[in-house]
Design a protein around this ligand. Structure first.
Ligand SMILES: [Mn+2]
Length: 310
């Protein structure tokens, strides 16, 4: 049982995925708040040395470390669809908490709900089921993940349960203005610069139904934009009337490329990405191609997407 694992551990490492988003980090921060009530040592870990500064509003953000503690005896991963997303390998019991449809149950224990909009919803359900009191800090952290993964409550998966959870979190002290300010209004100069460049370079294929962006290293260096700042443009492309799928190929500094695919559901993004070693959700998935000659694979992927669109 997950609760027994937590009870019997003395030093628990809470793990957000590489380049964490508000959902992964929000879920980990909420759990951090909760576990502080125990007599245990808790570490908030993320393998990325730099974390998006827009997420600094999350409670306990200053506690995040990229150093894995040696005396840890238990790990909990949040929003990591595969073991690789954790970014390190450790022989420790692992509780895997997630909502990705491609999650392969890599944990010793797994709490996976693929119909949850966010991992913070999975954590919220766990807290409610176990009678764990949700204070203001926990509520803000959980709400941040819900707001971000639901794209400000705009995805069609939003249900009465989503709004009931939002209401309960706000009643428990979640700071909605703070979350929406930092997740939606504030942007970096780099993200605006990269947006301009990428929209100008966007290619439209298959009668304007597939948008393709290529991001060479030079663009990342010139603008200083992060991967998530680049990928934001995908959602904008998908907002065009004709576009049903939008794909981004981001050159990787260590060779190969990172690929992201967003779709309106016509194309199953996770199926496509799983054929290239990745995964994600039906409408949002990605992979990392390590080969130097990744262009051929990208062409194959475009052919696969095109087949599903026509
Ligand atoms: Mn998520």
């Amino acid at each position: 049982m997950p609760a027994n694992l937590i009870d019997s551990s003395r030093h628990i490492v809470l793990i957000a995925h590489k380049n964490p988003d508000a959902d992964s980090l929000g879920a980990a921060c909420a759990f951090y708040s909760y576990l502080l009530r125990s007599q245990k040592k808790i570490t908030l870990f993320c393998v990325s040395a730099e974390v998006n500064p827009n997420l600094a509003f999350l409670p306990w953000f200053d506690k995040i470390t990229d150093r894995f503690p040696e005396d840890a005896d238990c790990m909990i991963s949040f929003d990591c669809g595969s073991y690789g997303r954790i970014g390190i390998e450790k022989e420790l019991p692992l509780l895997n908490i997630d909502h990705h449809i491609s999650n392969d149950f890599y944990g010793t224990y797994n709490i996976i709900n693929t119909s949850a909009i966010s991992t913070t919803e999975v954590v919220y359900d766990y807290f409610v089921a176990n009678g764990i009191k949700i204070n203001g800090k926990i509520a803000t952290a959980l709400y941040a993940g819900l707001l971000d993964d639901s794209k400000c409550f705009s995805v069609p998966e939003c249900s009465s349960k989503t709004f009931a959870m939002a209401q309960d979190l706000i009643d428990s002290g979640a700071d909605h203005p703070l979350c929406s300010e930092w997740l939606y209004r504030r942007r970096s100069l780099a993200s605006l610069r990269v947006r301009g460049i990428l929209l100008k370079q966007m290619k439209l294929l298959v009668d304007g139904r597939l948008a393709v962006f290529e991001v060479p290293l030079a663009v990342l260096e010139e603008t200083g934009a992060t991967l998530s700042e680049c990928k934001r443009v995908l959602d904008e492309a998908l907002g065009m009337r004709s576009v049903q799928a939008a794909m981004m190929v981001i050159e990787h500094p260590r060779g190969g490329a990172k690929l992201s695919l967003r779709t309106d559901g016509t194309v199953n993004a996770t199926n496509i990405m799983m054929s290239f070693g990745g995964g994600g959700h039906v409408k949002r998935a990605g992979t990392r191609l390590k080969h130097e000659k990744y262009n051929e694979l990208v062409e194959n992927m475009i052919v696969m997407i095109t087949k599903e669109l026509v």
